[in-house]
Design a protein around this ligand. Sequence first.
Ligand SMILES: [Zn+2]
Length: 323
Amino acid sequence: MALTIALASCSSADKAAAGAPTDTFAEQGAFSADSALAFTKAQTDLGPRVPGSDAHARCVDFLTGTLNRLGADSVAILASKDVAWDGTHLNIKNIWAQFNRTASARVLLVAHYDSRPWADREDDLDARNTPIDGANDGAAGVGIILEIARNIAAQPASVGVDILFTDCEDYGIRADRETEDDSQDSWCIGSRHFAVNSPYSPAARPRFGILLDMVSGKNARFHREYYSQNYAPMPTAKVWAMARRMGFQNRFLDGVGGAVMDDHIHLIQAGIPTVDVIENRAADTEGFPATWHTHNDTYDNLDPVSMDIVGRVILNVIYNEKP
Ligand SMILES: [Zn+2]
Protein backbone atom coordinates (compact mmCIF):
# COMPACT_ATOMS: atom_id res chain seq x y z
CA MET A 1 0.00 0.00 0.00
CA ALA A 2 1.04 3.55 -0.35
CA LEU A 3 1.17 6.23 2.30
CA THR A 4 -0.13 9.30 0.59
CA ILE A 5 0.12 12.11 3.10
CA ALA A 6 1.30 12.54 6.64
CA LEU A 7 -1.34 14.71 8.18
CA ALA A 8 -1.25 15.14 11.89
CA SER A 9 1.48 16.19 14.21
CA CYS A 10 2.23 14.37 17.42
CA SER A 11 -0.18 15.02 20.22
CA SER A 12 0.63 14.72 23.88
CA ALA A 13 -1.90 11.90 24.06
CA ASP A 14 0.47 9.83 21.90
CA LYS A 15 2.68 9.60 24.91
CA ALA A 16 -0.04 8.17 27.15
CA ALA A 17 1.30 5.44 29.34
CA ALA A 18 -0.07 1.91 29.48
CA GLY A 19 -2.91 1.52 31.90
CA ALA A 20 -4.65 -1.43 33.46
CA PRO A 21 -7.85 -2.83 31.95
CA THR A 22 -10.94 -1.10 33.27
CA ASP A 23 -12.41 -2.88 36.28
CA THR A 24 -15.65 -3.88 34.61
CA PHE A 25 -14.10 -5.44 31.52
CA ALA A 26 -13.94 -9.24 31.22
CA GLU A 27 -11.80 -10.38 28.32
CA GLN A 28 -13.26 -13.16 26.18
CA GLY A 29 -11.64 -15.79 24.02
CA ALA A 30 -8.32 -17.59 24.24
CA PHE A 31 -6.26 -15.87 21.56
CA SER A 32 -2.86 -17.55 21.28
CA ALA A 33 0.03 -15.59 19.80
CA ASP A 34 1.90 -18.90 19.38
CA SER A 35 -0.91 -20.23 17.25
CA ALA A 36 -1.08 -17.01 15.23
CA LEU A 37 2.69 -17.26 14.70
CA ALA A 38 2.34 -20.86 13.51
CA PHE A 39 -0.36 -19.81 11.01
CA THR A 40 2.05 -17.09 9.86
CA LYS A 41 5.11 -19.33 9.57
CA ALA A 42 3.12 -21.80 7.47
CA GLN A 43 2.88 -18.99 4.91
CA THR A 44 6.41 -17.58 5.06
CA ASP A 45 7.87 -21.11 4.90
CA LEU A 46 6.37 -21.37 1.41
CA GLY A 47 8.58 -18.52 0.24
CA PRO A 48 7.33 -15.20 -1.17
CA ARG A 49 3.66 -15.56 -2.19
CA VAL A 50 4.01 -13.56 -5.35
CA PRO A 51 0.98 -13.82 -7.66
CA GLY A 52 1.64 -16.44 -10.31
CA SER A 53 4.24 -18.33 -8.25
CA ASP A 54 4.05 -21.90 -6.92
CA ALA A 55 4.29 -20.53 -3.39
CA HIS A 56 1.22 -18.38 -4.04
CA ALA A 57 -0.72 -21.40 -5.32
CA ARG A 58 0.30 -23.45 -2.29
CA CYS A 59 -0.73 -20.58 -0.02
CA VAL A 60 -4.21 -20.60 -1.57
CA ASP A 61 -4.41 -24.31 -0.75
CA PHE A 62 -3.19 -23.70 2.80
CA LEU A 63 -5.67 -20.91 3.46
CA THR A 64 -8.73 -22.61 1.99
CA GLY A 65 -7.79 -25.90 3.67
CA THR A 66 -7.27 -24.23 7.05
CA LEU A 67 -10.55 -22.27 6.88
CA ASN A 68 -12.41 -25.48 6.04
CA ARG A 69 -10.64 -27.39 8.82
CA LEU A 70 -11.51 -24.65 11.32
CA GLY A 71 -15.18 -25.12 10.50
CA ALA A 72 -16.15 -22.32 8.16
CA ASP A 73 -19.68 -22.68 6.79
CA SER A 74 -18.40 -21.74 3.35
CA VAL A 75 -15.03 -21.08 1.73
CA ALA A 76 -14.86 -19.67 -1.79
CA ILE A 77 -12.11 -18.66 -4.18
CA LEU A 78 -13.31 -15.58 -6.05
CA ALA A 79 -11.28 -15.59 -9.26
CA SER A 80 -10.83 -12.79 -11.77
CA LYS A 81 -8.17 -11.34 -14.06
CA ASP A 82 -6.43 -8.03 -14.45
CA VAL A 83 -3.21 -6.56 -15.80
CA ALA A 84 -0.67 -4.97 -13.47
CA TRP A 85 1.09 -1.64 -14.07
CA ASP A 86 4.10 -3.49 -15.58
CA GLY A 87 2.00 -5.57 -17.99
CA THR A 88 1.92 -8.72 -15.88
CA HIS A 89 -1.29 -10.70 -16.32
CA LEU A 90 -2.74 -11.43 -12.91
CA ASN A 91 -4.97 -14.38 -12.06
CA ILE A 92 -6.57 -12.88 -8.97
CA LYS A 93 -7.83 -15.26 -6.30
CA ASN A 94 -9.57 -13.58 -3.39
CA ILE A 95 -10.46 -16.01 -0.61
CA TRP A 96 -13.79 -15.43 1.14
CA ALA A 97 -15.16 -17.47 4.04
CA GLN A 98 -18.17 -17.26 6.32
CA PHE A 99 -18.63 -18.43 9.91
CA ASN A 100 -22.13 -18.51 11.44
CA ARG A 101 -23.53 -17.99 7.99
CA THR A 102 -27.19 -17.60 8.98
CA ALA A 103 -26.61 -14.63 11.29
CA SER A 104 -27.97 -11.42 9.77
CA ALA A 105 -25.59 -9.14 11.69
CA ARG A 106 -22.05 -9.73 10.38
CA VAL A 107 -18.54 -8.36 10.62
CA LEU A 108 -15.78 -8.73 8.03
CA LEU A 109 -12.09 -9.36 8.76
CA VAL A 110 -9.61 -8.59 5.98
CA ALA A 111 -5.90 -9.07 5.28
CA HIS A 112 -3.88 -9.54 2.11
CA TYR A 113 -2.03 -12.81 1.57
CA ASP A 114 0.04 -11.94 -1.51
CA SER A 115 3.59 -10.73 -0.99
CA ARG A 116 5.40 -8.00 -2.86
CA PRO A 117 7.39 -9.07 -5.94
CA TRP A 118 10.12 -6.50 -5.27
CA ALA A 119 12.09 -5.13 -2.34
CA ASP A 120 11.97 -1.65 -3.79
CA ARG A 121 12.76 0.09 -0.50
CA GLU A 122 16.22 -1.53 -0.38
CA ASP A 123 19.18 0.79 -1.01
CA ASP A 124 21.04 -1.85 -2.98
CA LEU A 125 19.83 -1.92 -6.60
CA ASP A 126 20.22 -5.69 -7.08
CA ALA A 127 18.43 -6.44 -3.83
CA ARG A 128 15.40 -4.55 -5.10
CA ASN A 129 14.73 -7.08 -7.85
CA THR A 130 13.85 -10.05 -5.65
CA PRO A 131 10.57 -10.61 -3.78
CA ILE A 132 10.17 -10.12 -0.05
CA ASP A 133 9.04 -12.62 2.58
CA GLY A 134 6.20 -10.28 3.54
CA ALA A 135 5.98 -11.60 7.09
CA ASN A 136 4.53 -8.41 8.58
CA ASP A 137 3.26 -7.03 5.27
CA GLY A 138 0.71 -9.75 4.62
CA ALA A 139 1.32 -13.06 6.38
CA ALA A 140 0.98 -11.96 10.01
CA GLY A 141 -2.36 -10.20 9.46
CA VAL A 142 -3.63 -13.41 7.87
CA GLY A 143 -2.17 -15.45 10.75
CA ILE A 144 -3.94 -13.32 13.36
CA ILE A 145 -7.25 -13.63 11.52
CA LEU A 146 -6.90 -17.42 11.28
CA GLU A 147 -6.32 -17.54 15.04
CA ILE A 148 -9.41 -15.36 15.54
CA ALA A 149 -11.31 -17.83 13.33
CA ARG A 150 -10.13 -20.71 15.51
CA ASN A 151 -11.55 -18.90 18.55
CA ILE A 152 -14.84 -18.05 16.83
CA ALA A 153 -15.26 -21.68 15.82
CA ALA A 154 -14.67 -22.87 19.39
CA GLN A 155 -16.79 -20.16 21.04
CA PRO A 156 -19.19 -18.56 18.54
CA ALA A 157 -19.82 -14.83 18.65
CA SER A 158 -23.30 -13.27 18.63
CA VAL A 159 -22.68 -12.02 15.10
CA GLY A 160 -21.58 -13.81 11.97
CA VAL A 161 -17.93 -13.44 10.97
CA ASP A 162 -16.78 -13.22 7.37
CA ILE A 163 -13.14 -13.39 6.33
CA LEU A 164 -11.63 -11.94 3.17
CA PHE A 165 -8.02 -12.73 2.31
CA THR A 166 -7.24 -10.41 -0.59
CA ASP A 167 -4.87 -11.07 -3.46
CA CYS A 168 -2.70 -8.66 -5.49
CA GLU A 169 -2.74 -5.95 -2.82
CA ASP A 170 0.99 -5.39 -3.04
CA TYR A 171 1.56 -5.37 -6.82
CA GLY A 172 1.64 -1.56 -6.84
CA ILE A 173 4.16 0.36 -8.89
CA ARG A 174 7.79 0.17 -7.73
CA ALA A 175 9.05 3.14 -5.77
CA ASP A 176 11.95 3.46 -8.21
CA ARG A 177 9.61 3.53 -11.23
CA GLU A 178 7.12 6.07 -9.95
CA THR A 179 6.46 9.27 -11.82
CA GLU A 180 4.58 12.34 -10.73
CA ASP A 181 1.34 11.41 -12.52
CA ASP A 182 1.12 7.80 -11.34
CA SER A 183 -2.25 7.23 -9.77
CA GLN A 184 -2.85 4.99 -6.76
CA ASP A 185 -4.67 2.49 -8.98
CA SER A 186 -1.83 -0.01 -9.18
CA TRP A 187 -2.39 -1.12 -5.55
CA CYS A 188 -5.16 -3.19 -3.95
CA ILE A 189 -6.27 -4.85 -7.19
CA GLY A 190 -7.86 -7.86 -5.46
CA SER A 191 -10.03 -5.82 -3.12
CA ARG A 192 -11.12 -3.62 -6.02
CA HIS A 193 -12.35 -6.71 -7.86
CA PHE A 194 -14.07 -7.97 -4.70
CA ALA A 195 -15.86 -4.64 -4.30
CA VAL A 196 -16.94 -4.40 -7.94
CA ASN A 197 -18.19 -8.01 -7.96
CA SER A 198 -19.34 -8.06 -4.36
CA PRO A 199 -20.94 -11.30 -3.19
CA TYR A 200 -23.13 -9.27 -0.82
CA SER A 201 -26.59 -7.98 -1.59
CA PRO A 202 -27.07 -4.54 -0.01
CA ALA A 203 -29.17 -6.09 2.76
CA ALA A 204 -26.57 -8.75 3.54
CA ARG A 205 -23.52 -6.50 3.78
CA PRO A 206 -21.42 -6.78 6.92
CA ARG A 207 -22.06 -4.07 9.48
CA PHE A 208 -18.39 -3.10 9.33
CA GLY A 209 -14.97 -4.41 8.39
CA ILE A 210 -11.55 -4.53 10.06
CA LEU A 211 -8.43 -4.67 7.89
CA LEU A 212 -5.15 -5.81 9.47
CA ASP A 213 -2.01 -4.78 7.56
CA MET A 214 1.47 -4.44 9.07
CA VAL A 215 0.28 -4.91 12.63
CA SER A 216 3.08 -7.17 13.88
CA GLY A 217 6.26 -5.12 13.86
CA LYS A 218 8.50 -4.67 16.89
CA ASN A 219 6.62 -2.65 19.53
CA ALA A 220 4.02 -1.76 16.91
CA ARG A 221 1.88 1.23 17.77
CA PHE A 222 -1.13 2.44 15.88
CA HIS A 223 -2.51 5.82 14.99
CA ARG A 224 -6.01 6.04 13.57
CA GLU A 225 -5.55 5.93 9.81
CA TYR A 226 -6.89 9.06 8.13
CA TYR A 227 -9.43 7.54 5.69
CA SER A 228 -10.65 5.12 8.35
CA GLN A 229 -11.22 7.95 10.79
CA ASN A 230 -13.11 10.01 8.23
CA TYR A 231 -15.01 7.39 6.21
CA ALA A 232 -15.33 4.51 8.69
CA PRO A 233 -15.51 6.26 12.07
CA MET A 234 -17.77 3.60 13.64
CA PRO A 235 -15.41 0.60 13.44
CA THR A 236 -12.43 2.86 14.08
CA ALA A 237 -14.00 4.00 17.34
CA LYS A 238 -14.90 0.41 18.29
CA VAL A 239 -11.32 -0.82 17.89
CA TRP A 240 -9.71 2.08 19.74
CA ALA A 241 -12.31 1.98 22.52
CA MET A 242 -11.74 -1.74 23.02
CA ALA A 243 -7.97 -1.25 23.13
CA ARG A 244 -8.46 1.36 25.82
CA ARG A 245 -10.80 -0.88 27.84
CA MET A 246 -8.18 -3.62 27.69
CA GLY A 247 -5.37 -1.31 28.81
CA PHE A 248 -3.56 -1.07 25.47
CA GLN A 249 -3.73 2.69 24.96
CA ASN A 250 0.08 2.67 24.77
CA ARG A 251 -0.26 0.71 21.49
CA PHE A 252 -3.47 2.19 20.09
CA LEU A 253 -2.63 5.85 20.43
CA ASP A 254 -5.16 8.64 20.59
CA GLY A 255 -4.12 10.42 17.43
CA VAL A 256 -4.72 10.43 13.68
CA GLY A 257 -1.84 9.21 11.52
CA GLY A 258 -1.23 9.12 7.80
CA ALA A 259 -3.65 8.46 4.94
CA VAL A 260 -3.07 5.03 3.44
CA MET A 261 -4.28 3.65 0.11
CA ASP A 262 -5.14 0.13 1.23
CA ASP A 263 -7.80 -2.53 0.78
CA HIS A 264 -10.25 -0.73 3.05
CA ILE A 265 -10.79 2.03 0.47
CA HIS A 266 -12.55 -0.28 -1.99
CA LEU A 267 -14.63 -1.86 0.78
CA ILE A 268 -15.73 1.55 2.04
CA GLN A 269 -16.73 2.47 -1.51
CA ALA A 270 -18.72 -0.78 -1.67
CA GLY A 271 -20.72 0.22 1.38
CA ILE A 272 -18.81 -1.65 4.10
CA PRO A 273 -17.24 0.86 6.52
CA THR A 274 -13.81 -0.65 7.15
CA VAL A 275 -11.05 0.45 9.50
CA ASP A 276 -7.43 -0.09 8.46
CA VAL A 277 -5.36 -1.07 11.49
CA ILE A 278 -1.85 -0.38 10.20
CA GLU A 279 1.35 0.97 11.66
CA ASN A 280 1.52 4.22 9.69
CA ARG A 281 3.53 6.43 12.02
CA ALA A 282 6.17 4.11 13.46
CA ALA A 283 8.34 5.59 16.19
CA ASP A 284 11.58 5.42 14.20
CA THR A 285 10.36 6.28 10.68
CA GLU A 286 7.27 8.46 11.30
CA GLY A 287 5.78 6.31 8.52
CA PHE A 288 5.53 2.58 7.84
CA PRO A 289 7.82 0.22 9.79
CA ALA A 290 11.48 0.24 8.74
CA THR A 291 11.16 -3.30 7.36
CA TRP A 292 8.49 -2.19 4.85
CA HIS A 293 9.23 -3.52 1.34
CA THR A 294 12.71 -4.67 2.33
CA HIS A 295 14.30 -8.06 2.89
CA ASN A 296 14.08 -7.41 6.63
CA ASP A 297 10.34 -8.10 6.55
CA THR A 298 10.94 -11.63 7.84
CA TYR A 299 9.33 -14.04 10.26
CA ASP A 300 12.19 -13.52 12.72
CA ASN A 301 11.44 -9.80 12.86
CA LEU A 302 7.83 -10.25 13.93
CA ASP A 303 6.83 -9.22 17.44
CA PRO A 304 4.67 -11.85 19.20
CA VAL A 305 3.55 -9.23 21.74
CA SER A 306 2.23 -6.97 18.98
CA MET A 307 0.39 -9.94 17.47
CA ASP A 308 -1.05 -10.90 20.83
CA ILE A 309 -2.37 -7.41 21.58
CA VAL A 310 -3.92 -6.87 18.15
CA GLY A 311 -5.48 -10.32 18.08
CA ARG A 312 -7.03 -9.99 21.53
CA VAL A 313 -8.39 -6.51 20.82
CA ILE A 314 -10.04 -7.51 17.53
CA LEU A 315 -11.39 -10.78 18.98
CA ASN A 316 -13.01 -8.84 21.83
CA VAL A 317 -14.49 -6.28 19.45
CA ILE A 318 -16.22 -9.22 17.76
CA TYR A 319 -17.35 -10.87 21.00
CA ASN A 320 -18.84 -7.59 22.22
CA GLU A 321 -20.78 -6.91 19.03
CA LYS A 322 -24.54 -7.26 19.60
CA PRO A 323 -26.70 -8.94 16.94
ZN1 LIG B 1 3.24 -3.85 1.15
